[in-house]
Design a binder for this molecule. Structure first.
Ligand code: MG
Length: 292
């Protein structure tokens, strides 16, 4: 199933996407459905509520406000690790264990919603196409072989990154956590419909020009390994979102570096899941620099 969250006449509704419309799953959010486990999947499958049209302005992220931060992996494709090291003048080294960081919950943004741009906060806004994993069941110390039992489904995610903030603040969190910096969706493809998420073409286009082009088979730590490493001594909960890392081709590592600007359109696509299409839009705000 493809499960999404759309803005209905009375607020957000969970839907099962069928063809060019969504069948409303009454009285539950998509997060509620995930919490319900197998019962939630059955409820979604048999829902026969009213249909809503899939107009772009109706789409929200499948989980519009997660309960806790999105867990992300850094340097999880070898080509990205190499180009990042080159761009920062450091020797190339591949991680021996996954590099984890998080994005704040208010980064989550709709699959077709604007990516906010405020030059007074950051002018080095970059793209990162990623496979997102949505956890479906509480677990800790999950063995690789059992990892599939804990996954609800998969989505496309753009780990939008403010590179100047990432550098200035000496840690990933702030540069990764601006509001709206995590377009997600367009839906969650349930795990039963995507038995092999590890051989999917993944790409990012800016204004129709391909910037990233890879395959999820290039992940250094694949999805079972990520779940195993992350859950060691750390409880994962239903609805947790894991961004699995991005391939090479990001803006800051290009010569010369390239960043997004108002008017740009970013398309983030994983074959077999779907595509996000987000315009970059100036907020018109101007935030005074603290201490200035
Ligand atoms: Mg990333």
């Amino acid at each position: 199933m493809r499960l999404a969250t759309l803005l209905g006449p009375d607020g957000p509704v969970a839907v099962r996407v069928e063809g060019d419309s969504g069948v409303v799953i009454p009285e539950v959010s998509l997060l509620d459905l995930i919490d319900l486990g197998a019962e939630g999947l059955a409820l979604a499958a048999r829902a026969s509520g009213p249909r809503v049209a899939l107009e772009p302005e109706r789409w929200l992220a499948p989980i519009p406000l997660p309960r806790r931060n999105i867990v992300c992996l850094g340097l999880n494709y070898a080509d990205l690790a190499a180009e990042s090291a080159r761009a920062r003048g450091r020797p190339v080294s591949l991680p021996e264990v996954p590099l984890f960081f998080t994005k704040a919950t208010h980064t989550v943004n709709g699959p077709y919603a604007p990516i906010p741009f405020d030059a007074s906060v950051s002018s080095d806004i970059d793209w990162e196409a990623e496979l997102a994993v949505v956890i479906g069941r509480r677990g800790k110390n999950i063995a690789r072989a059992e990892s599939r039992d804990y996954i609800f489904g998969y989505a496309v995610l753009n780990d939008v990154s403010a590179r100047d903030l990432q550098t200035a603040h000496g840690q990933f969190f702030k540069g990764k956590s601006l509001d709206g910096a995590c377009p997600l969706g367009p839906w969650i493809v349930t795990a039963d419909e995507l038995p092999d998420p590890l051989h999917l073409p993944i790409r990012c286009r800016v204004n129709g020009v391909v910037k990233q082009e890879s395959n999820t088979d290039q992940l250094i730590f694949d999805v079972p390994a990520i779940v195993e490493w992350l859950s060691r001594g750390l409880t994962l909960d239903p609805g947790d979102i894991i961004a699995t890392g991005t391939p090479g081709g990001v803006g800051f590592a290009r010569t010369p570096p390239e960043f997004l600007k108002p008017g740009d359109v970013v398309e983030t696509e994983i074959e077999g899941i779907g595509m996000l299409r987000n315009p970059v839009v100036a907020t018109g705000e101007s935030i005074a620099r603290p201490g200035a």
